[in-house]
Ligand binder design. Structure first.
Ligand code: ATP
Ligand code: MG
Length: 308
């Protein structure tokens, strides 16, 4: 994984890529960026057309003892859109992600990806089927480098078995080299390639958030779920991140975004689903949501700068 001949971290540590980028002409840079985009763009076969339903949350209820965290929730995510999932603290947003990604199994109801029920599919199985996520509280391999964290993400799509890796079969070598190249391209795509060789724990907070996104993209998801990716950011950093999320969508991904800041959500999403106390209280395009009395009431009492 750290073999310099594979273009691994050692090469980067010497500043190779960064220095190279700085010395490129505009034309070379454009060509380089196009190559990066090609590596990053999703090449998975997706059964549904753009604009059609990719994922269905169908009447999902999630109980924890006496607490109903999700109460008969239904909504669809269409391929190619950015869907916002919003609601006050404790509304059930993260629980909804957990129910979609196999962390919890819904008490009742069903989640379907491309028409197929996820049922008892494991978390790893769901990643392989094409749902990737980031966490509200960053979860990275803190002792591993940024690049290694992303290479781990590419493992979800590898064909070599563990035995193949142990025997170091040629296919394993090829896949490893491709994984490092792809991981490097993803780091560039999210804007943190200059720190590829640094351990995750030594990265600035904003870089860690972007690294999580790169790692999720490495699994080549059909659906990317982001749980408050801009939490703890200042307004300028938030705007930057929303720009990245738009770029991700423009590259052909479908995004489900949990975000607290209403203004940001309005600016970046195509449609919005609103939860409150585990119930869906509204769904629509941002302009409808902004005018919706139930949504306004739900957000009363939150700090002014959180309300659009
Ligand atoms: N594992 C669990 N066991 C018991 N209760 C839980 C569990 N997970 C979530 N809850 C409860 O479910 C409700 C919804 O929580 P959830 O974390 O989904 O809210 P959220 O909308 O993501 O809120 P926030 O904006 O604060 O992140 C809360 O009342 C929470 O305490
Ligand atoms: Mg949450």
């Amino acid at each position: 994984m750290t073999d310099p001949q594979n273009g691994g971290p050692e090469v980067v540590a010497e500043g190779g890529l960064v220095a190279e980028l700085q010395h490129m002409t505009a034309e070379e840079r454009a060509e380089h960026d196009a190559e990066v985009a090609e590596v990053v763009a999703p090449d998975r076969e997706i059964d549904v057309e753009v604009g059609q339903t990719l994922l269905e949350v169908d009447n999902v209820t999630m109980r924890f003892g006496g607490l109903v965290a999700l109460d008969q929730i239904s909504f669809d995510i269409r391929r190619g859109e950015i869907l916002g999932l919003i609601g006050p603290n404790g509304a059930g947003k993260t629980t909804c992600f957990n129910a979609m990604t196999g962390v919890y199994r819904p008490t009742s109801g069903e989640v379907r990806l491309e028409g197929n029920a996820l049922g008892k599919t494991s978390r790893h199985g769901i990643t392989q089927l094409g749902i990737a996520r980031t966490f509200q509280n960053i979860r990275l391999f803190s002792e591993m480098t940024a690049l290694e964290n992303v290479v781990v993400g590419t493992d979800a799509r590898h064909k070599t078995s563990l035995l193949g890796a142990l025997l170091r079969l040629p296919r394993h070598h090829r896949e490893e080299k491709a994984a490092v190249e792809k991981a490097m391209a993803l780091l560039e795509f999210v804007g943190i390639a200059d720190r590829a060789a640094d351990r995750a724990k030594n990265l600035p907070y904003g870089y860690q958030r972007r690294l999580e996104i790169a790692r999720a993209l490495a699994t080549e998801p059909k659906l990317l779920c982001l749980d408050e990716p801009a939490a703890g950011f200042n307004p300028a950093e938030k705007e930057d991140l929303m720009g990245l999320i738009r770029t991700i969508r423009d590259d052909g991904y479908t995004v489900l975004l949990i975000e607290h800041d209403m203004k940001l959500v309005m600016g970046v999403t195509d449609r919005i689903v609103v939860l409150e106390f585990g119930k869906k209280i509204a769904e629509g395009v941002p302009a409808e949501i902004r005018e919706n009395p139930a949504v306004i009431a739900a957000y009363l009492g939150v700090p002014d700068d959180d309300v659009a």
